[in-house]
Design a protein around this ligand. Structure first.
Ligand code: ADP
Length: 492
């Protein structure tokens, strides 16, 4: 990645963005637009169409027509594969432009954004494209007087509502398998990370996705997102975001057509460091990146570190040194390790958690707003020595704020780890093989790391238990959401 190329793009004017509905760029039905503020310096970047209920309905109607007439679902899987592979190549060819545009909108450090956003989206589209013509149905082992065929059919129109932290990566985790499976999609990006998804969808058209197969409607969650959730014509709703919104989506599904709803709702993931960790320095280093990259705006962030008491003080010292060494700064500088916080609202929320911990008398290292003179939204990493009753120990901050809490026994570590309504991710650092596997079994989470944090690839599923959600993104299991099983029972 070349810094001069990034610098050439960083100030390039950005044209106003519109919806992509039925293969056409269209404005909001009432002409409304939303101003995009760059978290890098608080400046006005561009505008996008502020979607109305009518816009959402037009996109759903287009997706419905495109699904029902078979222009996509009726193609041979290998034909869909060909178009999707071409699309992945186009995304990859535009990766730097897409990454810079995304960073200007959401503040993620460019090094991470490039890999985690366009390149990951291209890899995801490619993975599901390559898989779809290798998935077969089943012939059931029935009484020989009958033939039981199990077909896997595309589920229909998919509504996908995605967040702002990794719009392309998380977006592709939804539309990648959905489109490969033959579904059509109405995508609703988050208010503060919309532009790259519109551009990627336009590349899809260029690659040969028929009109109406992938529609993007930008705008506010309670308007556009709510209309998708309430629609009688959306068959499957997939979502990554907050628990409060997740509950609304389930309610809307219950009140409308009982659409299937798959939720990924974040976490308060425990990262457990035992005294017998193979390398405490490595544990501190990886744990720091496991919470502070992308300013902590990562669903699986290891935001609750639990440390065995005998190494607690030593670990906190090492973690603090790692945190202090993280280069927080201009997200378009390729040496930056943590960029800007996505929005002023999120920054203020992060700072409130830190202030509250200080007021309660907890030791807090770091956690100040910095680089205010740039006009942007920056914060130094914060380490809070928290107790289980503290709000910062229980609630998801979604910022660069980690709690550290000591424990004495394995049983206490398990109790602290599981004492949360969430269950998305976790980690265990130990050199004891039996303990590692014991902990994997005992921790209630969808992903348990051992002697590492983050970095799992597309081949393994990601999903939560408890109030972190249901269903899985990534891996071949993601197809389950977008394919219906149908039985043909034939008398021979
Ligand atoms: P966060 O607080 O992290 O922004 P949200 O759950 O509010 O999390 O946002 C995630 C996504 O959900 C965004 O695309 C947002 O626009 C959308 N959203 C927010 N409120 C609603 C709602 N009432 N109905 C449907 N979607 C919504």
């Amino acid at each position: 990645m070349s810094q001069p190329r990034i610098d050439a793009l960083r100030k390039a004017p950005v044209e106003p963005f519109q919806h992509l509905i039925d293969g056409r760029s269209v404005p909001a039905s009432d002409g409304g637009v939303t101003t995009v503020v760059s978290p890098i310096d608080g400046s006005r970047l561009t505008t996008y169409a502020r979607g109305t209920v009518a816009d959402a309905e037009a996109a759903i109607a287009a997706a419905r027509r495109a699904f029902d007439d078979g222009r996509w679902s009726g193609l041979a899987p290998a034909a869909r594969k060909k178009i999707l592979l071409k699309w992945a190549d186009l995304i990859e060819a535009q990766a730097v432009d897409l990454a810079v545009l995304g960073v200007r909108e959401n503040g993620t450090e460019i090094g991470m954004a490039l890999k985690a956003e366009p390149l990951s989206a291209a890899a995801t589209v490619r993975y599901y494209a390559e898989a779809i013509d290798k998935l077969a149905g089943e012939i059931a082992p029935t009484d020989p007087a009958f033939l039981g065929l199990v077909h896997r059919e595309p589920a229909g129109v998919v509504g996908a509502i995605v967040p702002w932290n990794f719009p392309l990566m998380i977006g592709a985790w939804k539309f990648g398998p959905a489109l490969a499976a033959g579904c059509t999609v109405v995508l609703k990006p988050a208010e503060t990370a919309s532009l790259t998804l519109v551009r990627v969808a336009q590349l899809g058209l260029e690659a040969g996705l028929p009109a109406g197969v992938l529609n993007v409607v930008t705008g506010e969650g309670p308007v556009v997102g709510a209309a998708i959730a309430a629609s009688m014509d959306v068959d499957v709703l997939v979502f990554t975001g907050s628990g409060a919104t997740g509950r609304r989506l389930l309610e809307a599904a219950a009140r409308s057509n009982l659409k299937r709803v798959y939720l990924e709702l974040g976490g308060k993931s425990p990262n457990i460091v035992f005294a017998d960790a193979p390398d405490l320095d490595e544990a501190a280093k990886v744990s720091a990146m496991g919470i502070f990259r992308n300013s902590g705006q990562v669903c699986i962030a290891g935001s609750r570190i639990l440390v065995e008491r005998s190494v607690h003080a030593a670990f906190v010292e090492k973690l603090a040194a790692q945190a202090a060494a993280i280069r927080v700064g201009d997200p378009l500088d390729s040496t930056t390790q943590a960029g800007a916080v996505n929005s002023l609202r999120q920054l203020q929320q992060n700072l409130r958690f830190v202030a509250e911990a200080r007021e309660a008398g907890r030791t807090v290292i770091g956690g100040a707003r910095i680089r205010e003179e740039t006009g942007g939204f920056y914060m130094e990493p914060a380490i809070v020595e928290a107790r289980p009753e503290d709000r910062v120990f229980r609630e998801e901050v979604f910022g660069p704020v980690v709690t550290v809490t000591p424990f004495d026994t394995e049983a206490e570590a398990v109790a602290l780890a599981n004492g949360t309504s969430y269950g998305l991710a976790a980690a265990v650092w130990t050199g004891n093989l039996s303990r590692a596997h014991r902990m994997v079994r005992k921790i209630r989470a969808g992903l348990v790391h051992v002697n590492t944090y983050g970095g799992s690839d597309l081949t393994v599923p990601l999903g939560g238990v408890k109030q972190s959600g249901n269903g899985h993104d990534k891996s071949l299991h993601a197809f389950d959401k977008y394919l219906n099983l149908k039985t043909a029972w034939v008398k021979l």
